[in-house]
Design a protein around this ligand. Structure first.
Ligand code: UT7
Length: 322
């Protein structure tokens, strides 16, 4: 049997930090409200001209360095993003070019906040099928570009950043399972109302910003994340206590705490970066993973549960031995 295993992680945050106090000057909000309702204290924002691919490149180089591979070993690049650099080609191709990698498949995955879990699942399938030996899997976002900075209900929530992993073929798992889901009938609750197929005029008219019915999304997220945790445990015939670390999508500390309660996990076993990163969509899980690997909390051989919920709605999990 061939399995896939993460052999390196990396992440990158843009230099500029925007605190809740900074946001108080932009919209009618308060540091207290943001912290109480979301757990967010600050977020990073890309500099002018700094793109999703630029962030992805930094994160990828760090993951490649940790894994010990050379760029030429990479035979698949998958990049999860909602904020592509160009309408085409895919940002994965732009990243491939910057890494001087040639010929292997490179493509973007658009599953919004669940994008990294989708991308990881796809790479795992290619490796298990024997078609890929060494995949670079990235989540990278410049959400700040699609926020209405006059809308307090959304602009306080999101941030920019990137995370990456190198996933290699291995004799033992590695990735134990992935479960992916979507239900497009909830599109209207969390979306950017216009895209390029509606034409440039709407985009120019400023109708291409994040729109969210936060409270409805919140309730769905809490219920659904509880279910996907059960689904992953049952599929692997393991118990809650077998999980060493929960590495959740970082949207809201209250959602993360609810999932931890469901798993009967103390928050000491949950990687929480939302206070410093905000919601970085597809980048949030690989960013959190890299933080906890590099600070020594996550160790080789431990069992991790990655889970996400986002626009679509999309949701999913990955259970893995690190
Ligand atoms: O990553 C993809 C998935 N996304 C999520 O999972 C996000 C899910 N949703 C959430 O995290 C929460 O719903 C929010 C943080 C977005 C909002 O928290 P909430 O507890 O659900 O608040 P709410 O939307 O019910 O709004 C409560 C009040 C409203 O005022 P009224 O109508 O009660 O007078 C809002 O206008 O809070 C007001 N409000 C704010 N006040 C100060 C909304 N945004 C702000 C703000 N500052 N930034």
């Amino acid at each position: 049997m061939i399995y896939s295993k993460i052999t390196g992680t990396g992440s990158y945050l843009p230099e500029k930090v925007l605190t809740n106090k900074d946001l108080e000057k932009l919209v009618d909000t308060s540091d207290k409200w943001i912290q109480e309702r979301t757990g967010i204290k600050e977020r990073h924002v890309a500099a002018e001209g700094e793109t999703t691919c630029d962030l992805a490149l930094h994160a990828s180089r760090r993951a490649i360095e940790m894994s010990g591979i050379s760029n030429a070993d990479i035979d698949m690049v998958i990049l999860a993003t909602t904020t592509a650099d160009k309408i085409f080609p895919g940002t994965a191709c732009l990243l491939q070019k910057k890494l001087d990698v040639h010929g292997c498949p490179a493509f973007d995955v658009q599953a919004v906040c669940t994008g990294f879990v989708y991308a990881l699942s796809i790479a795992d399938k290619f490796i298990r099928a024997g078609e890929t030996q060494c995949a670079l899997v990235v989540g990278s976002e410049t959400l700040s570009r699609i926020l209405d900075w006059n809308d307090r209900s959304t602009c306080v929530l999101f941030g920019d950043g990137a995370g990456a992993v190198v996933l290699e073929a291995a004799a033992e798992p590695g990735i134990m399972s992935t479960h992916l889901h979507a239900d497009g009938s909830y599109e209207h609750l969390l979306h950017v109302p216009h895209g390029i197929s509606i034409g440039y005029e709407q985009l120019k008219a400023g109708e291409a910003y994040v729109y969210m019915e936060g409270n409805a999304v919140f309730k769905m997220a809490v219920n659904t994340l509880g279910q996907i945790v059960d689904e992953a445990l049952e599929a692997n015939r393991i118990g809650k206590s077998d999980i060493d670390w929960l590495v959740p999508h970082q949207a809201n500390s209250r959602i993360i705490e609810a999932t931890a309660r469901k798993l009967k996990m103390s928050l000491e076993r949950v990687v929480v970066t939302v206070a410093q990163h905000g919601n970085t969509s597809a980048a949030s899980i690989p960013l959190a993973l890299d933080v906890a690997v590099r600070d020594g909390r996550i160790k080789k051989g431990q069992t991790l549960m990655l889970e996400a919920f986002g626009s679509g709605f999309t949701w999913g999990s990955a259970l893995l031995k690190f």
